[in-house]
Design a protein around this ligand. Structure first.
Ligand SMILES: O=C(O)C1=C[C@@H](OP(=O)(O)O)[C@@H](O)[C@H](O)C1
Ligand SMILES: C=C(OP(=O)(O)O)C(=O)O
Length: 443
Protein backbone atom coordinates (compact mmCIF):
# COMPACT_ATOMS: atom_id res chain seq x y z
CA UNK A 1 0.00 0.00 0.00
CA UNK A 2 1.53 3.32 -0.94
CA UNK A 3 1.74 5.93 1.75
CA UNK A 4 -1.28 8.17 1.27
CA UNK A 5 -2.30 9.05 4.83
CA UNK A 6 -2.07 12.63 6.05
CA UNK A 7 1.18 13.44 7.89
CA UNK A 8 0.87 12.68 11.60
CA UNK A 9 2.92 15.13 13.68
CA UNK A 10 4.02 13.70 17.04
CA UNK A 11 5.85 15.07 20.09
CA UNK A 12 7.72 13.43 22.95
CA UNK A 13 8.53 15.02 26.29
CA UNK A 14 10.92 14.43 29.17
CA UNK A 15 9.49 11.47 31.08
CA UNK A 16 9.81 9.89 34.49
CA UNK A 17 11.50 6.47 34.87
CA UNK A 18 10.30 3.88 32.34
CA UNK A 19 9.17 0.65 33.95
CA UNK A 20 7.59 -2.61 32.87
CA UNK A 21 7.66 -5.17 30.09
CA UNK A 22 7.96 -4.26 26.41
CA UNK A 23 6.65 -7.01 24.15
CA UNK A 24 7.95 -5.77 20.82
CA UNK A 25 6.49 -7.19 17.61
CA UNK A 26 7.74 -10.09 15.48
CA UNK A 27 10.88 -9.74 13.42
CA UNK A 28 10.23 -7.95 10.14
CA UNK A 29 12.90 -9.76 8.11
CA UNK A 30 11.72 -13.19 9.25
CA UNK A 31 8.05 -12.26 8.75
CA UNK A 32 8.59 -11.35 5.07
CA UNK A 33 10.54 -14.56 4.49
CA UNK A 34 7.96 -16.77 6.24
CA UNK A 35 5.24 -15.51 3.88
CA UNK A 36 7.41 -15.83 0.77
CA UNK A 37 8.75 -19.32 1.56
CA UNK A 38 5.25 -20.39 2.63
CA UNK A 39 3.99 -19.26 -0.78
CA UNK A 40 6.77 -21.26 -2.51
CA UNK A 41 6.05 -24.45 -0.54
CA UNK A 42 3.65 -27.24 -1.39
CA UNK A 43 1.04 -27.37 1.40
CA UNK A 44 0.24 -25.28 4.45
CA UNK A 45 2.69 -23.17 6.46
CA UNK A 46 1.52 -22.03 9.89
CA UNK A 47 3.09 -18.82 11.22
CA UNK A 48 2.88 -17.40 14.74
CA UNK A 49 4.21 -14.05 15.93
CA UNK A 50 4.06 -12.54 12.43
CA UNK A 51 4.69 -8.79 12.41
CA UNK A 52 1.44 -7.16 11.28
CA UNK A 53 3.13 -3.99 10.12
CA UNK A 54 2.29 -2.46 6.76
CA UNK A 55 5.52 -3.69 5.10
CA UNK A 56 4.67 -7.31 5.88
CA UNK A 57 0.96 -6.90 5.07
CA UNK A 58 2.02 -5.67 1.62
CA UNK A 59 4.11 -8.83 1.15
CA UNK A 60 1.13 -10.97 2.23
CA UNK A 61 -1.01 -9.24 -0.40
CA UNK A 62 1.67 -9.77 -3.02
CA UNK A 63 1.84 -13.49 -2.26
CA UNK A 64 -1.93 -13.69 -2.82
CA UNK A 65 -1.51 -11.87 -6.13
CA UNK A 66 0.98 -14.56 -7.22
CA UNK A 67 -1.56 -17.30 -6.41
CA UNK A 68 -0.86 -18.36 -2.81
CA UNK A 69 -3.66 -18.51 -0.26
CA UNK A 70 -2.77 -16.32 2.69
CA UNK A 71 -5.13 -16.11 5.64
CA UNK A 72 -5.03 -14.39 9.02
CA UNK A 73 -6.22 -16.72 11.78
CA UNK A 74 -5.72 -14.44 14.80
CA UNK A 75 -3.27 -11.94 16.22
CA UNK A 76 0.07 -12.69 14.55
CA UNK A 77 -1.22 -16.09 13.50
CA UNK A 78 -1.37 -16.75 9.77
CA UNK A 79 -1.50 -19.66 7.37
CA UNK A 80 -0.15 -19.80 3.86
CA UNK A 81 -1.10 -22.42 1.30
CA UNK A 82 1.73 -22.33 -1.19
CA UNK A 83 1.94 -23.03 -4.90
CA UNK A 84 5.40 -24.63 -4.90
CA UNK A 85 8.72 -23.53 -6.42
CA UNK A 86 7.98 -22.34 -9.99
CA UNK A 87 4.24 -22.31 -9.29
CA UNK A 88 3.61 -18.54 -9.15
CA UNK A 89 0.82 -17.37 -11.47
CA UNK A 90 0.93 -14.02 -13.26
CA UNK A 91 -0.58 -11.28 -11.08
CA UNK A 92 -3.48 -9.31 -12.56
CA UNK A 93 -2.51 -5.94 -11.16
CA UNK A 94 0.59 -4.04 -10.21
CA UNK A 95 2.44 -5.30 -7.08
CA UNK A 96 2.58 -2.33 -4.69
CA UNK A 97 5.23 -2.95 -2.02
CA UNK A 98 4.53 0.33 -0.23
CA UNK A 99 7.55 1.44 1.85
CA UNK A 100 9.35 -1.92 1.89
CA UNK A 101 12.76 -2.49 0.32
CA UNK A 102 12.86 -6.03 1.67
CA UNK A 103 9.40 -6.83 0.29
CA UNK A 104 10.01 -5.58 -3.23
CA UNK A 105 13.56 -6.94 -3.61
CA UNK A 106 12.83 -10.41 -2.25
CA UNK A 107 9.62 -10.77 -4.24
CA UNK A 108 11.36 -9.69 -7.45
CA UNK A 109 13.86 -12.49 -6.81
CA UNK A 110 11.14 -15.01 -6.03
CA UNK A 111 9.33 -14.43 -9.37
CA UNK A 112 12.29 -13.74 -11.70
CA UNK A 113 12.77 -17.37 -12.73
CA UNK A 114 9.09 -18.09 -13.43
CA UNK A 115 7.59 -17.55 -16.92
CA UNK A 116 5.35 -14.69 -15.79
CA UNK A 117 5.49 -10.91 -15.93
CA UNK A 118 4.97 -8.56 -12.99
CA UNK A 119 5.22 -4.83 -12.40
CA UNK A 120 6.34 -3.48 -9.01
CA UNK A 121 5.68 -0.06 -7.48
CA UNK A 122 6.02 1.55 -4.06
CA UNK A 123 5.61 4.82 -2.20
CA UNK A 124 7.69 7.97 -2.76
CA UNK A 125 10.45 6.68 -0.47
CA UNK A 126 10.74 3.24 -2.09
CA UNK A 127 10.59 4.84 -5.56
CA UNK A 128 13.79 6.75 -4.77
CA UNK A 129 15.72 3.62 -3.74
CA UNK A 130 18.10 1.74 -6.07
CA UNK A 131 16.73 -1.47 -7.59
CA UNK A 132 19.61 -2.17 -10.01
CA UNK A 133 21.52 -3.86 -7.17
CA UNK A 134 18.90 -6.62 -7.39
CA UNK A 135 17.71 -6.48 -11.00
CA UNK A 136 21.32 -6.67 -12.35
CA UNK A 137 22.00 -10.10 -10.81
CA UNK A 138 18.45 -11.26 -11.60
CA UNK A 139 19.07 -10.56 -15.30
CA UNK A 140 21.91 -13.11 -15.16
CA UNK A 141 19.24 -15.80 -14.59
CA UNK A 142 17.67 -14.85 -17.95
CA UNK A 143 14.80 -12.55 -16.96
CA UNK A 144 14.10 -9.24 -18.74
CA UNK A 145 13.88 -6.05 -16.71
CA UNK A 146 12.48 -2.63 -17.55
CA UNK A 147 12.83 0.14 -15.00
CA UNK A 148 12.51 3.86 -14.63
CA UNK A 149 15.64 5.96 -15.09
CA UNK A 150 18.34 5.10 -12.55
CA UNK A 151 16.94 1.55 -12.23
CA UNK A 152 14.18 2.79 -9.89
CA UNK A 153 10.57 1.69 -9.47
CA UNK A 154 8.30 1.08 -11.26
CA UNK A 155 10.11 -2.05 -12.43
CA UNK A 156 8.65 -4.69 -14.74
CA UNK A 157 10.19 -8.16 -14.77
CA UNK A 158 9.49 -10.69 -17.50
CA UNK A 159 10.58 -13.85 -15.73
CA UNK A 160 12.98 -16.31 -17.35
CA UNK A 161 11.18 -19.24 -19.00
CA UNK A 162 14.48 -21.16 -19.23
CA UNK A 163 16.58 -19.96 -16.33
CA UNK A 164 20.24 -20.72 -15.75
CA UNK A 165 21.94 -20.87 -12.35
CA UNK A 166 24.09 -17.95 -11.27
CA UNK A 167 27.32 -17.40 -9.33
CA UNK A 168 27.26 -13.89 -7.90
CA UNK A 169 29.48 -11.91 -5.59
CA UNK A 170 27.48 -9.15 -3.90
CA UNK A 171 29.12 -5.74 -4.49
CA UNK A 172 27.73 -4.29 -1.22
CA UNK A 173 26.90 -6.02 2.06
CA UNK A 174 23.17 -6.59 1.60
CA UNK A 175 20.94 -9.41 2.80
CA UNK A 176 18.30 -8.21 0.35
CA UNK A 177 20.60 -8.76 -2.66
CA UNK A 178 21.75 -12.12 -1.31
CA UNK A 179 18.17 -13.20 -0.62
CA UNK A 180 16.84 -12.07 -4.01
CA UNK A 181 19.51 -14.13 -5.79
CA UNK A 182 18.89 -17.20 -3.62
CA UNK A 183 15.11 -16.99 -4.11
CA UNK A 184 15.60 -16.72 -7.88
CA UNK A 185 17.99 -19.67 -7.69
CA UNK A 186 15.20 -21.82 -6.26
CA UNK A 187 13.70 -22.19 -9.74
CA UNK A 188 16.96 -22.45 -11.68
CA UNK A 189 18.51 -25.84 -12.45
CA UNK A 190 21.79 -26.75 -10.77
CA UNK A 191 23.58 -24.72 -8.13
CA UNK A 192 23.24 -20.99 -7.51
CA UNK A 193 26.09 -19.48 -5.52
CA UNK A 194 26.18 -16.17 -3.65
CA UNK A 195 29.45 -14.87 -2.25
CA UNK A 196 29.39 -12.10 0.34
CA UNK A 197 32.57 -10.55 1.69
CA UNK A 198 30.82 -9.18 4.81
CA UNK A 199 28.32 -11.45 6.56
CA UNK A 200 24.74 -10.12 6.46
CA UNK A 201 21.59 -11.37 8.19
CA UNK A 202 21.19 -15.06 7.43
CA UNK A 203 17.45 -15.61 7.89
CA UNK A 204 16.95 -16.68 4.27
CA UNK A 205 19.61 -19.37 4.53
CA UNK A 206 18.27 -20.63 7.87
CA UNK A 207 14.69 -20.72 6.68
CA UNK A 208 15.46 -22.32 3.30
CA UNK A 209 17.27 -25.12 5.15
CA UNK A 210 14.29 -25.44 7.50
CA UNK A 211 11.93 -25.76 4.53
CA UNK A 212 14.03 -28.63 3.14
CA UNK A 213 16.27 -26.95 0.55
CA UNK A 214 19.86 -28.07 0.18
CA UNK A 215 21.90 -25.00 1.10
CA UNK A 216 25.41 -24.74 2.49
CA UNK A 217 27.55 -21.87 3.76
CA UNK A 218 31.33 -22.07 3.64
CA UNK A 219 33.62 -19.46 5.12
CA UNK A 220 36.52 -18.89 2.69
CA UNK A 221 39.15 -16.19 2.03
CA UNK A 222 36.66 -14.57 -0.37
CA UNK A 223 33.99 -14.41 2.33
CA UNK A 224 30.88 -16.48 2.88
CA UNK A 225 30.09 -18.76 -0.04
CA UNK A 226 26.44 -19.82 -0.01
CA UNK A 227 25.43 -22.62 -2.36
CA UNK A 228 21.81 -23.51 -3.07
CA UNK A 229 20.68 -26.50 -5.11
CA UNK A 230 17.84 -25.42 -7.40
CA UNK A 231 14.37 -26.89 -7.88
CA UNK A 232 13.81 -28.34 -4.40
CA UNK A 233 10.35 -29.21 -3.19
CA UNK A 234 9.93 -26.86 -0.25
CA UNK A 235 8.06 -28.47 2.63
CA UNK A 236 5.90 -26.29 4.87
CA UNK A 237 7.24 -25.68 8.36
CA UNK A 238 5.65 -24.08 11.39
CA UNK A 239 7.39 -20.70 11.80
CA UNK A 240 7.50 -19.07 15.26
CA UNK A 241 8.76 -15.54 14.56
CA UNK A 242 11.00 -14.20 17.36
CA UNK A 243 10.64 -10.57 18.51
CA UNK A 244 12.48 -8.03 16.40
CA UNK A 245 15.84 -6.81 17.80
CA UNK A 246 15.61 -3.76 15.53
CA UNK A 247 12.25 -2.79 17.08
CA UNK A 248 13.47 -3.70 20.58
CA UNK A 249 16.23 -1.12 20.08
CA UNK A 250 13.74 1.75 20.65
CA UNK A 251 12.41 0.84 24.13
CA UNK A 252 15.92 -0.37 25.05
CA UNK A 253 17.39 3.01 24.06
CA UNK A 254 14.65 4.84 25.94
CA UNK A 255 15.36 2.87 29.12
CA UNK A 256 19.11 3.54 28.78
CA UNK A 257 18.72 7.32 28.52
CA UNK A 258 15.76 8.06 30.84
CA UNK A 259 17.07 8.23 34.45
CA UNK A 260 15.74 5.60 36.85
CA UNK A 261 14.37 3.31 34.11
CA UNK A 262 14.30 -0.47 34.28
CA UNK A 263 12.48 -2.51 31.63
CA UNK A 264 12.33 -6.07 30.42
CA UNK A 265 12.05 -6.98 26.72
CA UNK A 266 11.23 -10.69 26.40
CA UNK A 267 11.94 -13.13 23.57
CA UNK A 268 14.21 -10.95 21.40
CA UNK A 269 16.22 -12.56 18.61
CA UNK A 270 19.95 -12.69 19.34
CA UNK A 271 20.95 -13.94 15.92
CA UNK A 272 24.66 -12.96 15.68
CA UNK A 273 24.05 -11.40 12.24
CA UNK A 274 21.64 -8.93 13.95
CA UNK A 275 23.41 -8.35 17.24
CA UNK A 276 25.77 -5.43 16.50
CA UNK A 277 23.81 -2.78 18.41
CA UNK A 278 23.81 -4.87 21.57
CA UNK A 279 27.57 -5.55 21.26
CA UNK A 280 28.10 -1.79 20.88
CA UNK A 281 25.85 -0.86 23.81
CA UNK A 282 27.76 -3.20 26.11
CA UNK A 283 31.01 -1.53 25.00
CA UNK A 284 29.42 1.82 25.89
CA UNK A 285 28.85 0.51 29.40
CA UNK A 286 25.11 -0.10 29.08
CA UNK A 287 23.42 -2.08 31.83
CA UNK A 288 21.82 -4.85 29.78
CA UNK A 289 21.47 -8.45 30.94
CA UNK A 290 20.52 -11.24 28.55
CA UNK A 291 18.42 -13.63 30.60
CA UNK A 292 17.11 -17.08 29.82
CA UNK A 293 18.99 -17.59 26.52
CA UNK A 294 17.27 -20.27 24.43
CA UNK A 295 16.46 -21.37 20.90
CA UNK A 296 13.02 -20.61 19.45
CA UNK A 297 11.98 -21.40 15.89
CA UNK A 298 15.59 -22.00 14.84
CA UNK A 299 16.80 -18.61 16.17
CA UNK A 300 18.66 -17.84 19.41
CA UNK A 301 16.53 -15.60 21.67
CA UNK A 302 16.86 -14.07 25.16
CA UNK A 303 14.94 -11.80 27.55
CA UNK A 304 16.60 -8.39 27.89
CA UNK A 305 16.76 -6.62 31.24
CA UNK A 306 17.74 -2.99 30.66
CA UNK A 307 18.56 -0.32 33.26
CA UNK A 308 19.49 3.33 32.94
CA UNK A 309 23.10 4.19 33.68
CA UNK A 310 26.07 6.22 32.47
CA UNK A 311 27.29 5.58 28.92
CA UNK A 312 30.54 6.43 27.18
CA UNK A 313 31.30 7.09 23.51
CA UNK A 314 32.88 4.33 21.41
CA UNK A 315 34.10 3.69 17.87
CA UNK A 316 31.93 1.24 15.92
CA UNK A 317 34.18 -0.53 13.37
CA UNK A 318 33.05 -0.86 9.74
CA UNK A 319 32.94 -4.67 9.88
CA UNK A 320 30.13 -4.42 12.44
CA UNK A 321 27.92 -2.22 10.26
CA UNK A 322 25.94 -4.99 8.55
CA UNK A 323 24.93 -6.57 11.86
CA UNK A 324 23.33 -3.33 13.10
CA UNK A 325 22.53 -1.58 9.84
CA UNK A 326 19.01 -0.44 10.88
CA UNK A 327 20.12 0.57 14.39
CA UNK A 328 22.46 3.48 13.57
CA UNK A 329 19.71 6.12 13.78
CA UNK A 330 18.83 5.13 17.34
CA UNK A 331 22.51 4.64 18.22
CA UNK A 332 23.16 8.24 17.15
CA UNK A 333 20.51 9.33 19.68
CA UNK A 334 21.98 7.18 22.46
CA UNK A 335 25.43 8.62 21.59
CA UNK A 336 24.15 12.16 22.39
CA UNK A 337 23.39 11.00 25.94
CA UNK A 338 26.79 9.31 26.34
CA UNK A 339 29.91 11.14 27.43
CA UNK A 340 32.56 11.43 24.75
CA UNK A 341 32.66 10.82 21.03
CA UNK A 342 30.96 7.98 19.18
CA UNK A 343 32.24 7.29 15.68
CA UNK A 344 30.14 5.09 13.38
CA UNK A 345 32.28 3.77 10.52
CA UNK A 346 31.34 2.02 7.28
CA UNK A 347 27.77 3.31 7.27
CA UNK A 348 27.39 4.46 3.62
CA UNK A 349 24.47 2.05 3.07
CA UNK A 350 22.41 4.25 5.40
CA UNK A 351 22.23 6.75 2.57
CA UNK A 352 19.96 4.45 0.50
CA UNK A 353 17.45 3.33 3.11
CA UNK A 354 13.90 4.71 3.46
CA UNK A 355 15.71 8.07 3.68
CA UNK A 356 19.33 9.18 3.70
CA UNK A 357 19.56 8.25 7.36
CA UNK A 358 22.93 9.93 7.98
CA UNK A 359 21.64 13.21 6.65
CA UNK A 360 18.24 12.91 8.36
CA UNK A 361 19.74 12.14 11.78
CA UNK A 362 22.58 14.66 11.55
CA UNK A 363 20.21 17.47 10.54
CA UNK A 364 17.56 16.68 13.16
CA UNK A 365 20.03 16.10 15.98
CA UNK A 366 21.87 19.35 15.23
CA UNK A 367 18.57 21.23 15.26
CA UNK A 368 18.02 19.75 18.73
CA UNK A 369 21.40 20.95 19.98
CA UNK A 370 23.74 18.01 19.28
CA UNK A 371 27.21 18.17 17.78
CA UNK A 372 27.27 15.78 14.81
CA UNK A 373 29.64 15.39 11.86
CA UNK A 374 29.17 13.30 8.77
CA UNK A 375 31.16 12.04 5.81
CA UNK A 376 29.89 9.81 3.01
CA UNK A 377 30.72 6.74 5.12
CA UNK A 378 30.81 7.88 8.76
CA UNK A 379 28.73 9.63 11.37
CA UNK A 380 30.33 11.13 14.47
CA UNK A 381 28.41 12.29 17.53
CA UNK A 382 30.10 14.30 20.30
CA UNK A 383 28.09 13.22 23.30
CA UNK A 384 27.59 15.63 26.18
CA UNK A 385 25.52 13.39 28.42
CA UNK A 386 22.27 15.02 27.33
CA UNK A 387 20.33 16.84 24.62
CA UNK A 388 18.67 20.26 24.56
CA UNK A 389 15.77 19.28 22.26
CA UNK A 390 13.16 21.87 21.36
CA UNK A 391 13.11 21.31 17.59
CA UNK A 392 11.11 19.50 14.94
CA UNK A 393 12.74 16.69 12.92
CA UNK A 394 11.81 15.77 9.35
CA UNK A 395 11.24 12.02 8.98
CA UNK A 396 11.18 11.66 5.16
CA UNK A 397 8.72 8.69 5.24
CA UNK A 398 11.22 6.81 7.43
CA UNK A 399 9.87 4.88 10.42
CA UNK A 400 13.26 4.55 12.11
CA UNK A 401 13.96 8.29 11.91
CA UNK A 402 10.54 8.99 13.46
CA UNK A 403 11.00 6.55 16.35
CA UNK A 404 14.59 7.68 16.99
CA UNK A 405 13.63 11.33 17.50
CA UNK A 406 10.61 10.41 19.63
CA UNK A 407 12.90 8.41 21.92
CA UNK A 408 15.34 11.35 22.05
CA UNK A 409 12.60 13.64 23.37
CA UNK A 410 11.96 11.40 26.39
CA UNK A 411 15.25 12.48 27.98
CA UNK A 412 15.82 15.90 26.36
CA UNK A 413 15.46 19.19 28.25
CA UNK A 414 12.78 20.42 25.84
CA UNK A 415 10.24 18.39 23.79
CA UNK A 416 11.25 16.88 20.44
CA UNK A 417 8.70 16.63 17.65
CA UNK A 418 8.55 14.90 14.28
CA UNK A 419 6.66 16.14 11.24
CA UNK A 420 5.18 12.71 10.48
CA UNK A 421 4.98 9.63 12.70
CA UNK A 422 2.68 7.66 10.39
CA UNK A 423 5.50 5.56 8.80
CA UNK A 424 6.04 3.93 12.21
CA UNK A 425 3.14 1.63 11.25
CA UNK A 426 5.34 -0.03 8.61
CA UNK A 427 7.44 -1.87 11.21
CA UNK A 428 6.11 -1.19 14.72
CA UNK A 429 2.36 -0.49 14.65
CA UNK A 430 2.03 -0.60 18.47
CA UNK A 431 5.02 1.64 19.16
CA UNK A 432 2.93 4.40 20.74
CA UNK A 433 0.80 2.28 23.15
CA UNK A 434 3.84 0.16 24.07
CA UNK A 435 5.99 3.20 24.89
CA UNK A 436 3.15 4.92 26.77
CA UNK A 437 2.58 1.78 28.87
CA UNK A 438 6.24 2.03 29.99
CA UNK A 439 5.59 5.62 31.07
CA UNK A 440 6.79 7.52 28.00
CA UNK A 441 5.17 10.88 27.35
CA UNK A 442 4.58 10.72 23.58
CA UNK A 443 1.52 12.00 21.75
O1 LIG B 1 17.00 -8.65 4.29
C1 LIG B 1 16.38 -7.95 5.11
O2 LIG B 1 15.35 -8.37 5.69
C2 LIG B 1 16.89 -6.60 5.41
C3 LIG B 1 18.14 -6.25 5.02
C4 LIG B 1 18.74 -4.93 5.27
O3 LIG B 1 18.78 -4.24 4.04
P1 LIG B 1 20.01 -4.38 2.99
O4 LIG B 1 20.02 -5.73 2.43
O5 LIG B 1 19.71 -3.35 1.92
O6 LIG B 1 21.22 -4.02 3.78
C5 LIG B 1 17.95 -4.11 6.28
O7 LIG B 1 18.33 -2.76 6.21
C6 LIG B 1 16.46 -4.24 6.07
O8 LIG B 1 15.75 -3.54 7.05
C7 LIG B 1 16.03 -5.67 6.15
C1 LIG C 1 15.75 -0.51 5.81
C2 LIG C 1 14.63 -1.01 6.33
O1 LIG C 1 13.69 -1.74 5.67
P1 LIG C 1 13.48 -2.02 4.11
O2 LIG C 1 14.82 -2.00 3.43
O3 LIG C 1 12.80 -3.34 4.07
O4 LIG C 1 12.57 -0.93 3.60
C3 LIG C 1 14.34 -0.86 7.78
O5 LIG C 1 13.38 -1.46 8.25
O6 LIG C 1 15.05 -0.12 8.50
Amino acid sequence: MSHSAEPLPMTSRRSGPLKGEAKVPGDKSISHRALILGALSVGETHITGLLEGQDVLDTAKAMQAFGAQVERLGEGEWKVNGVGVGGFSEPEGVIDCGNSGTGVRLIMGAMATSPITATFTGDASLSRRPMGRVTDPLELFGCEVTAREGKRLPVTIKGAAESVPVRYKTPVASAQIKSAVLLAGLNAPGQTVVIESEPTRDHTERMLAGFGATITTEVTDEGRVITLTGRPELKPQPVAVPRDPSSAAFPVAAALIVPGSEIRVPGVSRNPTRDGLYVTLLEMGADITFENPREEGGEPVADLLVRHGPLKGVTVPPERAASMIDEFPILSVIACFATGTTVMQGVHELRVKESDRIEAMATGLRANGASVEETQDTMTVHGSGGLRGGANAVTHLDHRIAMSFLVAGLASEQPVSVDDGSPIATSFPDFLPLMKALGADIA
